[in-house]
Design a protein around this ligand. Structure first.
Ligand code: PAP
Length: 343
């Protein structure tokens, strides 16, 4: 960079920069294809092959433009409603077990929701940089390593520095039928909070199947991470919600090892740390905590909305045989030949 340019950059007023980025992002958003949204957003925008709620677009663009990854960063990536809250809690507890043993009376997970402890890059962090006075948040450049972040951004749209730095990415996947049911319930809670009438299951299902859902199409999101996990074994770990339910200890150990915090045999067998972390992060425990019963998410929605049932196979209580046939067929068509196995 030329000296004069570097000087000008050093002197740039961050408020002005934010404002000019925001104006640029607004123009970009207005140029994107749109579809009706599911909840409090005005609409979804089609960007780089995926559907984003318009209100999250500036955050996504800002992450792409500004995020500087460190090799020690740990990124938790998911499609919405795949068990994000759970994996965030587990990784936070595992990575910080030295500072906060899982039985510590003042463990952060006892007084904060996991979504806040492991913030979404595009939702909580970068959004604040471009919407003045949105929130007062830590400067992420000064956060100590390892930094833990969440994202719903598809692998193909992640900032290049995240790929180049070698940050570890843990991707949690869940079967599409349970994702749909969870998403439908969650969005209707969001709609109620802004006095919108509920979306019928059929209407929501049709949109989900057409790929028009938050960060959808769901199947494409899973596929880009699946391919990345095959091509970048050291960088992307692909795990399933259903596996986590069936063998939580085994999956937790695998994830902890992958992100560079393996459990020693003493920690596991003598101190029982794996079991203690699982208990701390269990649906029953987290959902019974005061913070998660009465606390509120940045969107204004109560944290209780993130703890519905936490079960595998609840779709059987909601989907008709026609719906099952349609979604299974899409899954088969989309995943056929990719070696992805489902429960
Ligand atoms: P997000 O992707 O929108 O950030 P996410 O945590 O994936 O949120 O959505 C909540 C889902 O995870 C809920 O699924 P359900 O609607 O099928 O019940 C919620 O119950 C589930 N969940 C949250 N915490 C846990 C947990 N500790 N164990 C198991 N499932 C959990």
């Amino acid at each position: 960079m030329a000296e004069a340019e570097a000087e000008a950059e050093a002197e740039a007023d961050p408020k002005e920069e934010n404002e000019s980025s925001y104006q640029r992002y607004k123009i970009l958003i207005s140029s994107l294809p749109k579809e009706e949204g599911w909840a409090s957003e005005n609409y979804f925008c089609h960007y780089q092959g995926f559907w984003y709620p318009d209100i999250l677009c500036p955050g996504v663009f800002a992450v792409q433009d500004h995020f500087k990854a460190r090799s020690s960063d740990i990124i938790i990536a998911t499609t919405p409603k795949s068990g994000t809250t759970w994996i965030k809690a587990l990784l936070f507890a595992a990575v910080n077990r030295g500072m906060y043993p899982p039985t510590y009376n003042h463990h952060p997970l006892l007084s904060e929701n996991p979504q806040l402890l492991v913030p979404f890059l595009e939702l909580r962090l970068y959004k604040s940089k471009i919407i003045p006075d949105f929130d007062i948040l830590p400067d992420i450049e000064t956060l100590p390593s390892p930094r833990l972040f969440g994202t719903h951004i598809p692998f193909t749209s992640l900032p290049q520095s995240m790929i180049d730095s070698g940050s570890r990415i843990v991707y949690l996947y869940r079967n599409p039928k349970d994702v749909f049911v969870s998403m439908w319930h969650f969005n209707n809670k969001m709609r109620a909070a802004v006095s919108k009438p509920p979306l019928s299951a059929m209407e929501a299902f049709d949109r989900f199947c057409k790929g028009v859902s938050q960060f959808g199409p769901f199947w494409d999101h899973v596929l880009v991470y699946w391919r990345a996990s095959l091509e970048r074994l050291q960088q992307v770990l692909f795990i399933k919600y259903e596996e986590l339910q069936a063998d939580p200890g085994g999956v937790l150990k695998r994830v902890a090892h992958f992100v560079g915090f393996p459990f020693t045999s003493e920690e596991e067998k003598e101190q029982g740390l794996v079991d203690k972390i699982l208990r701390l992060c269990s649906f029953e425990n987290l959902s019974s905590l005061e913070v998660n019963k009465t606390g509120k998410h940045s969107s204004g929605l109560g944290y209780e909305a993130f703890f519905r049932k936490g079960k595998v196979g609840d779709w059987a209580n909601y989907l008709t045989s026609e719906m099952i046939e349609r979604i299974d067929q899409i899954t088969e068509e989309k995943f056929h030949g990719h070696g992805l196995k489902f429960c």
